[in-house]
Design a protein around this ligand. Structure first.
Ligand code: TXA
Ligand code: MG
Length: 330
């Protein structure tokens, strides 16, 4: 099977929805990253996601629905806290964890009694969800441990032959995955930082707890937290801007063909080092990060990245940069 990229026409939404109804997988754009979609009610279809991605068996999936969908079909109750965050941030780059009614396949949440729900704010995602008229489970459309895909072409390179169609939604606007928040109790618990920041949630909920960093010995609340993530095929080194001299020194001593990815204002540090400007702002950095890594891994044997201040949206970006670099942080 050769995977085809489809333009978002009425006919193509139908073609994609038919694939879903037959238990097959579809590449779906969202405002964060592309998703690998399947019918959340169909056990075998969900199993295909796990196989296609080589995803760990205990890492649950997010269920996507259109803004009109009645969430009470999926959850036992929409808590007052959930209500507030739905009102403030959906449709948008946020995923809410609630108590599951167990109407979707038990494979979706990997046996947990909760369910993660997202209402994407992307016109093509919404049209596709309406055409399916089903709850759609979709992890990011990449092989497990690899970075998410932010273009239809990257989904194709990553998963070619494992799905018939990818709906083309262009480049994803945000570039990092949604904020995951547990809203079952009275205080929102952030399990994965994203574009909807802790500060934004605090304003609406008056309180917030950040459990996206799991310290040694602590219980993992979201299985996705414990796995290697977002990594290209070559080593990545992450330097704080204040350690720029060490970065240049490391680069000089590295005999491999390497590249430094930096923001525009940081280019001044690099005169004789091969560097590429990834954008001007933290938003540009996030939007271009995965695609830049995908391009760089084809050409280079080591990639250098620079840290950003971990506040606001920078928290989400730093979370990804730290996972990408693993132990190579200076
Ligand atoms: O932006 C996004 O969220 C993208 C697009 C496609 O919507 N999706 C995405 O899915 O990033 P994935 O599978 O790569 O990440 C899902 C995260 C994982 O960390 C998983 O552990 C967590 O959500 N998760 C899913 N269900 C959960 C649950 N019931 N309780 C706690 N965490 C859950
Ligand atoms: Mg993922």
């Amino acid at each position: 099977m050769n995977t085809q990229i489809l333009k978002p026409t009425r006919l193509n939404y139908q073609k994609a929805a038919n694939q879903i109804k037959q238990g097959n997988l579809i590449g779906m754009p969202t405002e964060t990253v592309y998703g690998l979609a399947a019918n959340a009610l169909d056990y075998l279809a969900i199993e295909r996601i796990f196989v296609a991605k080589n995803r760990p068996q205990d890492n649950p999936l997010i269920v996507h629905v259109s803004p009109e969908y009645d969430l009470r079909q999926l959850v036992t109750s929409i808590t007052p806290l959930a209500q507030k965050l739905i009102q403030a941030f959906t449709p948008g780059p946020i995923t809410l964890v609630l108590e599951s009614k167990q109407t979707v396949s038990n494979r979706v949440s990997c046996g947990l009694n909760s369910i993660a729900i997202r209402i994407p704010n992307h016109p093509i995602a919404q049209e596709f969800l309406r055409a399916c008229n089903l709850p759609i489970a979709a992890p990011s459309a990449n092989l497990s441990t690899r970075m998410s895909a932010t273009t239809a072409q990257s989904v194709k390179e990553e998963l070619n032959g494992k799905l018939k169609y990818i709906l083309d939604g262009g480049v994803c606007e945000i570039g990092v995955e949604s904020t995951v928040v547990d809203v079952r109790g009275e205080v929102p618990i952030i399990l994965r930082p994203g574009k909807i920041t802790s500060e934004m949630i605090q304003k609406v909920a008056e309180n917030v707890q950040d459990k996206s960093i799991v310290k040694e010995g602590e219980k993992v609340l979201s299985p996705g937290q414990k796995y290697k993530h977002y990594a290209p095929s070559c080593p990545v080194y992450l330097f704080q801007e204040k350690n720029i001299d060490a970065c240049i020194e490391h680069y000089k001593n590295n005999t491999k063909k390497s590249v430094i990815l930096c923001l525009e204002h940081q280019a001044k540090y690099f005169s004789n080092q091969n560097h590429r400007i990834i954008g001007k702002t933290i938003e540009d950095y996030a939007k271009n990060l995965y695609q830049s890594l995908r391009e760089a891994e084809k050409e280079f044997f080591a990639i250098y990245l620079l840290s950003v201040p971990a506040s606001g949206f920078g928290t989400a970006l730093m979370n990804r940069l730290q996972k990408i670099a693993g132990n190579n942080q200076f």
